[in-house]
Design a protein around this ligand. Sequence first.
Ligand code: C5P
Length: 317
Amino acid sequence: MSAEPRRARLRAPAKINLGLKVLGRRPDSYHELRTVFQTISLADTLEIGFTPGRSTAIEVSSSIEIPGGNLVERAAALVLDTAKVSGRVSMQLTKRIPMGAGLGGGSSDAAAVLLALPVLAGRRLSIETLLGMGACLGSDVPFFLLGGAAVALSRGTELYPLPDARAAAGLVVAPAIHVSTPEAYRAMAAPELTSAPVQNIISSFQSFVWRQVGAADPASGENDFESVVFVQHPQLRALKRRLLTLGARPAMLSGSGSALFGLFASREEARRALPAFGGQRVFLISVVNRARYRGLWWRALGAHIAGKVWPPQSRYA
Ligand code: C5P
């Protein structure tokens, strides 16, 4: 056993939801979803080190305090437990993805641990095992084990990859408004907001997903959370209108918000729209397709992996 830690520096990208339908409450009290997730270039950085040893210790430091506890710590404990391995894990997290904004930052950080720690610890976990661990940590975590664009059903944990779309650029606007996801779901489930027949909801989502594949113009989905979140925070509706006026297609709330995104025809157009959001936290982003997502991982894990396979496989196993 070596005393030298095995280290990697990872980028954990954010996600946007290109469309999101909430069908209703499930017996497990989660909500049944239909959504299309898409990874984007805005990313946190996670430096992770693993030193094999008889006892286990997990150390985490973060550039910003994370309310409610850091999911990377739970993810690391779950990996060590599932892989039946002991040792010291040290993690330094640099947060760039706004928190509580519907951009999946915490989920992506946790998925980064699920992908990297088994590699550093010399264990091979199947994709089924990783997906199960991801779903234990949070509804958005499994998506980050896949990346690119994907249709999600169920709690958001049943995933079907979509083919890589053409490159797109955009803006993410993240106002300093915190939206509580459980409260947004509860508000959505109120009877007066679920009057649309479920069959119509499903067929509109189906045609939206079909248009994602090979359509000439970008398909514009809808996010059901807008109907409740925009009522509570009218300034978010105004920001969406501003994105649309500036030429973004689509422009939408991401997840339950409060971040909004707009995709533009070119990076130049997105850049030109930037000054219109002075005073807001705004990010110029590009869409990260699955090929690029996996490339990021293979580069980050470099010397620790055996070939370019997915999920990344440890060369120490
Ligand atoms: O799974 P996660 O911990 O990210 O979910 C946070 C909260 O969001 C859940 O406790 C639940 O209230 C709500 N949720 C939901 N239906 C989903 C996903 C999340 O009701 N599909």
